[in-house]
Every structure is written in structure tokens, then in C-alpha cells.
Design a binder for this molecule. Structure first.
Ligand SMILES: Nc1ncnc2c1ncn2[C@@H]1O[C@H](COP(=O)(O)OP(=O)(O)O)[C@@H](O)[C@H]1O
Ligand SMILES: [Mg+2]
Length: 616
């Protein structure tokens, strides 16, 4: 880290960016454990030492010392905590906000903290806003560090200590001694303990501070961030749901493919209630025709990068068991040239409206609260007369019957005007969706959901946003319904752990004031609440997190936020302010993660390569 020579403040480049060109020879890491000698800056340390005649002789360790001059206290009320370290001149240029520091207590315990603020303070009582001072300063070549104090305000994260040969953490409950040495945390186990990062789980990225990976003395020198994936660890957090938010081009899809691929790792299974260990199925709704490429290898990945991934236990490579489950709309065809996954075409039978209780699907977003009960009455009559395999065309014809309208009006069940309004709505949905020439989705549950398999539902080729919405809502609701139901239509769906991924989720789970939106949000909220029990994880991806309905949003436990420019969007993701403030400045692949049941809030850098094909 900062002052130590083994830290290279260079931006990652090329293939091995994620792992750095760490040279495991003793030289580099010799000083890492104790923070290195403070002269080890990129600036020429020798000459700096000479200039600062006030430096005591002998090698210094650490970055500086805890100072009491402006108060030293830890408090239950974080605002009242006052913990500051004086940073010695040689270290000043290298310390960064957010860096992780260790401050030892006189016994074996250590305070793990992060730098919350950095400031220059005056060394002597003098006024530097004077003519004399300014003129003197203007004649000088360089700023005189030693004229000033450089203080780091530390935010305690946890006390770490050893017990039974194991590192543990607890809430900060003691204050360090004045003069205690502050040094950069450079030991992987200490960092992971301090930040409560699980040792095992699903890989998300490498820990970073200010866009630079945190380095340790270990091999690899990076700190991997993982999300808990075991019931023994307090739940696989995948079933407590994930949000990936970021502006267009921020790297959402790249990052999402990298995470979803981990769930498809051959070794990953989850216990079901009946004791079976089952691999999860991933079903991904794909508005840009990008995810079926997960079937294919990333042609740009070097062997060396792949070996590094192996060494870090990160799954990679095209996933053979990938199917593009292609929605069939009349008059529209699917290209699918950018991937080699198998394609299976499907249609939505009108019967799902009855079987899966989705009356809203035939009315689009337009129905109001008066019209909805009328629609229910009409559908009920229709399926009663035609059986559950009645088609959409038959329903339209059915509604054309003047006798029916009259009867319902006279019996006071459906007012004439309401009848006409409902009919208009039902006619208003895209015409070529239901009952097309392909296998009905209801008969394809074993294709849709396969343990260890990825199913991608592409919607880019469909003609209208209404058509896209209908397919996504029909298929996702069917999945959710069977997951929640005590008498599911498909045992396969019920009994397979499922990760339901939705890109551009704001288009489908928005808080619009329509019956459809309300029903969908209700269903997904319920599903989200039952996720842990039913092994259903929502994986929502969006550039407009503010448009995702609040009740669903509230169920999301793990938030991964990439670069977002929009202020409303940033505030809507509702992450701690120290993370939120970084969001507009983050570069491609940089992310902050807020997963309170997993770890302290952290900043990460995702893999620079996609572990499967992405683009090109
Ligand atoms: N961590 C990263 N390192 C390098 N390139 C990345 C990274 N993340 C994304 N990219 C690249 O940036 C481009 C946009 O990323 P993408 O994930 O498609 O953006 P989004 O889905 O947010 O619009 C892609 O070419 C992608 O490969
Ligand atoms: Mg994308």
C-alpha cells in the first residue's frame, strides 16, 4: 500500500490487469507485513530524507502515529468519534481516502480502520493568507511539507483479534493509545476479517480503494471479494437477491455475465428441502441479445489469464448447457448470429391467462380498477365455455357477441361501456403473440429450467416494447408462480434452484399506476420474500434503479453499483454515502458493493476480461 515499495500505483494494463505483475521474490514483500519503511515512495526517497533534516535517524515503520492533540476518542455515536493520525512527510503523497489502516493496541488486538478524511493543518499559529507568505511561497520551487501537519481522520471499522488460532472481529470498543503506529493493512486475512469479507462464495471482484486494487504480500496480491453461498454461513445470498445498477456502458452486462457464470459452475449446488443437492438453473431475460453468448468462450482471453482464474477459483469459459429460448411473434424472425447456443422457439398459449392466473396479460397496462373485475368476469365465462385451451382469437370472437354484452349489462354484472372498454384493451395488445406456430412455453418447462443450465430469453428481435413486455412478464410470472405455488404446474420449476436474471429490469418491474404493474410487482415482491425458502434468486440489472418498484427493491440484499451519473439514480440505490459519492467517478468495471449481510461496504474492481464471450 501507500508507502511501501511493493505497491505499484499503476493502472492495470493488458491481460493480466486483474492479477498484476506481482513478483513473488522476497524483496518486495519483506517490508509489507509491517507497512514497509516510509521512505518507499515513488518519489525519490533518498533525497526526500535529506531535505527533511527533522526526520529522526533509523527506518520508520508505518504511515504515522495516532495523535491526541485534537482529541482521541471512540464513541458509540460515530459522529463523536475522534481518531486522527499524523502522517509523516514521506507518506503523504501516497495515502488515499478509503485506504485501510491498522492501529495496534498494546496487547495483541488491532484496530482496523479506514481513512475518512485527509487534511493539512497548520503546524504553527500563523496566517498564510498574507502578502509576505504568498510572495515567499511564489518564489519557492516547492511546497514545504514540513510547514504543515498532515492529518488523516480514521474511521474505526472493527477490532480484530486472535482467538484459538483464528482471526476474529468485534465492534470497536476500545480506543488506541496516543502515539500508536498507524500502518496500512497489507495482510489478506486481516483485511478480510476487518471488512467481514467471507473466505468462500461467489466471486464478484477484487477489493480496491480509489480505483486501485488493494495489494497484500500474498500470492496473488489481490483480495478477492466473494458473496456468501452456503446455508451454514447464514444463507446463500443469491436467494436474497441482487441488483446490478449502472449507466449505459458502465459494464453491467460484462459484470453480470461474470457473476452468472459462477452460478453455473459445475460444482455449485444448493440443498433442497428433500435433502437433494441440486445445481441452480439460470434463466436470463435479454433485451439486447447478449447473454446467449455465454455459451461461447471469450476468444480474447489469454491462457495465462485463464490460469489465473483457475488459481483463484473463478469459473470461466463458455457454458455448453446454454439454450436460447426464442419468443415467436408473427411476422418477426430471430437472428441469433452472434452466438452458437442451441435455439428453441416457443409461443405463449392463451391458456396461461387462466392456468397461471395472469388476466392482466391480455389487457396491457391500460386497465383501470373498474375494468379489471369486468375482464375477470369475461375471461371466466370464456374459459368456462371454451375450456382451458381457448385461444386469443376465440376470445376476440367471443367478445364480438352482442348477445353476451347485452346479457351482462342487463344482469348488472358488466356495464355496456365497461364491456366496450375492456374489449378495446384486449384488442389493443400486439396481435401476433399468443398461440403462434411453436411449442407452448407450458410444455417446455424442462427446457426452460435445467439444473446447471442457462436459458436465455432474447427479446431484441420483437416488434414493440409491448410485445417484449408481454413475453418477459408471461415467462417470468410463470416461473415465479410455480416457485411459490403449493400445487405447481411444473414440478421441475418448483424443485430446481433458480436464478432469475432480468436486464433492463426497470421496464418490467416499474411502479406504474396500472393494474398490470401492481399485480406484477405484488407477485415479484412475494416471490422475493419467499426466495430463500423456495430457492429463487432475483438478479436485476438496470440503468434506471429509481424506476424499479420500491417493494421489490426493498427485498434486494446485495447491491452492486457501477458508474451512474444521474443523481436520482444514485440516491435511489440507497447505499452508504461514502460509497454513493464514488459512483459518478467510477471507471468501467469499477463498482461498489453494499451487501450488509455479507460484508462492510466496499469498492471493487471487476475482472477486466469477460469470462465468457461478450460482444464482438
Ligand atoms: N471491467 C471491465 N474491464 C474492461 N472492459 C470492460 C469492463 N466492463 C465492461 N467492459 C467493456 O465495456 C463495454 C460496455 O460494457 P457492457 O457490460 O456491455 O455495458 P452495459 O451493459 O453497462 O451497457 C463492453 O465492451 C465491455 O466488454
Ligand atoms: Mg448491457
Amino acid at each position: 500500500m501507500a508507502g511501501a515499495p511493493h505497491v505499484r500505483r499503476m493502472s492495470d494494463s493488458g491481460d493480466l490487469g486483474d492479477f498484476t505483475d506481482y513478483v513473488g521474490d522476497g524483496d518486495d514483500d519483506a517490508s509489507a507485513g509491517d507497512g514497509g519503511d516510509d521512505a518507499g515512495d515513488e518519489a525519490d526517497p533518498e533525497t526526500e530524507f535529506e531535505r527533511y533534516g527533522t526526520e529522526p535517524a533509523g527506518a520508520d515503520r508505518g504511515l504515522g502515529t495516532v495523535s491526541v492533540s485534537q482529541g482521541l476518542r471512540v464513541s458509540q455515536d460515530g459522529d463523536e468519534t475522534r481518531l486522527r493520525a499524523f502522517i509523516t512527510t514521506g507518506n503523504r503523497d501516497s495515502v488515499r481516502l478509503g485506504s485501510y489502516l491498522l492501529v495496534p493496541y498494546p496487547d495483541d488486538e488491532t484496530l482496523f480502520c479506514s481513512i475518512a478524511a485527509l487534511e493539512y493543518a497548520q503546524e504553527f499559529q500563523s496566517d498564510d493568507a498574507t502578502e509576505i507568505h504568498a510572495r515567499r511561497q511564489m518564489r519557492r520551487e516547492e511546497f514545504e511539507e514540513r510547514d504543515y501537519k498532515f492529518m488523516a481522520e480514521l474511521e474505526p471499522v472493527a477490532v480484530i483479534y486472535e482467538e484459538g488460532g483464528e482471526l476474529k472481529r468485534r465492534m470497536t470498543d476500545r480506543v488506541p493509545k496516543p502515539g500508536a503506529l498507524a500502518r496500512e493493512a497489507a495482510d489478506e486475512e486481516q483485511i478480510k476479517t476487518g471488512l467481514k469479507i467471507p473466505g468462500d462464495g461467489v466471486f464478484l471482484g477484487h477489493l480496491s480503494v480509489g480505483g486501485e486494487k488493494v495489494r497484500t504480500a500474498a500470492e496473488p496480491p489481490t483480495v478477492d471479494y466473494r458473496v456468501k453461498d452456503e446455508y451454514a454461513d447464514g444463507d446463500p445470498l443469491v436467494f436474497r437477491h441482487t441488483l446490478v445498477a449502472g449507466g449505459t456502458g458502465s459494464g453491467k452486462t460484462h459484470a453480470s455475465k461474470n457473476v452468472l457464470r459462477q452460478y453455473l459452475d459445475a460444482e455449485r449446488t444448493y440443498p433442497m428441502d428433500d435433502g437433494r443437492e441440486v445445481s441452480p438453473a439460470v434463466v436470463q431475460f435479454d433485451p439486447q441479445d447478449e447473454y446467449a453468448q455465454m455459451h461461447d468462450d471469450n476468444p480474447g482471453m489469454s491462457e495465462e489469464f485463464a490460469r489465473k482464474l483457475d488459481r483463484e477459483g473463478i469459473a470461466h469459459g463458455g457454458h455448453d448447457d446454454t439454450i436460447a429460448l426464442v419468443p415467436v411473434e408473427d411476422g418477426v424472425s430471430y437472428g441469433g448470429e452472434n452466438h452458437r447456443a442451441e435455439q428453441v422457439r416457443f409461443t405463449i398459449p392463451f391458456s396461461v391467462v387462466d392456468e397461471y392466473d395472469m388476466p392482466w396479460l391480455v389487457a396491457g397496462g391500460g386497465l383501470n380498477d373498474n375494468q379489471y373485475p369486468a375482464l375477470l368476469t369475461l375471461l371466466d365465462r370464456f374459459f368456462g365455455d371454451y375450456g382451458s385451451d381457448g385461444t386469443y382469437q376465440e376470445f376476440l370472437t367471443y367478445l364480438d357477441n352482442p348477445g353476451l354484452k347485452e346479457e351482462l349489462d342487463e344482469s348488472g354484472r358488466v356495464h355496456e361501456a365497461t364491456f366496450d372498454a375492456v374489449k378495446r384493451r384486449v384488442r389493443g395488445i400486439p396481435n401476433g403473440i399468443f398461440d403462434q406456430d411453436a411449442r407452448p412455453i407450458t410444455e417446455l418447462d424442462h427446457v426452460l429450467v435445467r439444473p446447471g443450465g442457462l436459458t436465455v430469453v432474447p427479446t431484441y428481435h420483437l416488434s414493440t416494447s409491448r410485445a417484449k413486455e408481454m413475453f418477459v412478464l408471461a415467462v417470468s410470472s410463470l416461473l415465479v408462480d410455480d416457485k411459490l405455488s403449493n400445487s405447481p404446474q411444473s414440478q421441475r420449476i418448483k424443485e430446481t434452484p433458480l436464478v432469475l436474471g432480468m436486464d433492463e429490469a426497470h421496464n418490467f418491474l416499474s411502479e406504474a399506476d396500472t393494474v398490470q404493474a401492481r399485480k406484477v410487482v405484488q407477485k415479484f415482491t412475494e416471490a422475493a420474500k419467499q426466495g430463500r425458502k423456495e430457492r429463487l434468486g432475483l438478479f436485476l440489472i438496470t440503468q434506471d434503479p429509481q424506476d424499479i418498484a420500491e417493494p421489490v427493491f426493498k427485498q434486494v440484499n446485495t447491491k452492486v453499483v457501477l458508474n451512474l451519473g444521474d443523481e436520482d439514480a444514485i440516491s435511489s440505490v440507497n447505499i452508504p454515502s461514502e460509497l454513493a459519492q464514488k459512483v459518478p467517478y467510477m471507471e468501467k468495471g469499477q463498482m461498489v458493493v453494499y451487501s450488509p449481510d455479507n460484508s462492510e461496504p466496499v469498492e471493487l474492481i471487476g475482472l477486466s476480461e469477460c469470462v465468457t464471450r461478450h460482444g464482438g
